[in-house]
Design a protein around this ligand. Sequence first.
Ligand code: NAP
Length: 301
Amino acid sequence: MRILITGGNGQLGRECRAVLKPDHRVTAVDIEDLDITDPAGVDAYIKHHRPEVIVNCAAFTQVDDCETNRESARQVNVNGPDNLALCAARYKARLVHISTDYVFDGKKPVPNPYKEADRPNPLSHYGRTKFEGEQAVLKYAGSFIILRTAWLYGFYGKNFLKTILARALAGNRQTLKIVNDQYGSPTWAHRLALQIRHLIQNRAEGIYHASSEGYCTWYELAKRFLEKMEISCDLRPCRTDEYPTRAVRPKNSILENSRLTAEGLNRMKPWPDDLDRFVRKYKDRLIQECKTKTEPLKRRP
Ligand SMILES: NC(=O)c1ccc[n+]([C@@H]2O[C@H](COP(=O)([O-])OP(=O)(O)OC[C@H]3O[C@@H](n4cnc5c(N)ncnc54)[C@H](OP(=O)(O)O)[C@@H]3O)[C@@H](O)[C@H]2O)c1
């Protein structure tokens, strides 16, 4: 199949490229080649390249920055999918669009998970724009998959685990306060890419949840990660109100992969197993990358 990946240099985009390339004709582009907010550019690109499937990994993903850069967030997370969905319908491509657990308000008591049929009610501007992006995809009634995922991490790009690692390696023996009353399902971007490939190849259609099986808090995630990395650090669990952020986050954003399971398509794994695999595969490279980034710049003579 001819597959176009937008946001191809991001955390998930890079994993999708690697996973889809062996079996398909994959083109991965990012904002410098194809800005999804440009309707004429998107139309011209898709008209010319005629992909059979478009995987939209492009998004404005910095949740707190969305509160202050509201218009940019709306452009990328709403107008972008709108442009892609219109052209997908126009040129008969299937659109795989990635959405988020943050479309839900988290008011369900833990550990009750959110299923595909639950009503979104986002708390943040990021969540609202992502929900409106879903609506834009639904509007054109072409062939589509909307995949809601959660708490993504991976080797490429920025994520929570890399932030924790950088702080732990900073070596100033500070105590790290980590939120212990928000619950979700940490999801390895590589696993999600494998799930996306499986859905494309099985001609799935509609809205699906796809996050790791099981759930934890940010504190529990950081603790297990640093233990597996064999890095000692003084972690302290805290409440959300002790760690204020610009965007309000749901207390419970646990997703259940109900449709994947019901249709025999679920390829997601328990989060601790995937986290351990991730660390086994990338431990040395993560530390190396982190040290390179934090090394002080050498002075010019
Ligand atoms: N990260 C998470 O924890 C998480 C959780 C749930 C759902 N999701 C969803 O999963 C998807 C992938 O997330 P991710 O973590 O891979 O995000 P990411 O690493 O931030 O990647 C997004 C990519 O899109 C690019 N981009 C931004 N604006 C663009 C534009 N106008 N046109 C084309 N490309 C543009 C970004 O480029 P720049 O870097 O130059 O801006 C970046 O390369 C997103 O839909 C996100 O909402 C993420």
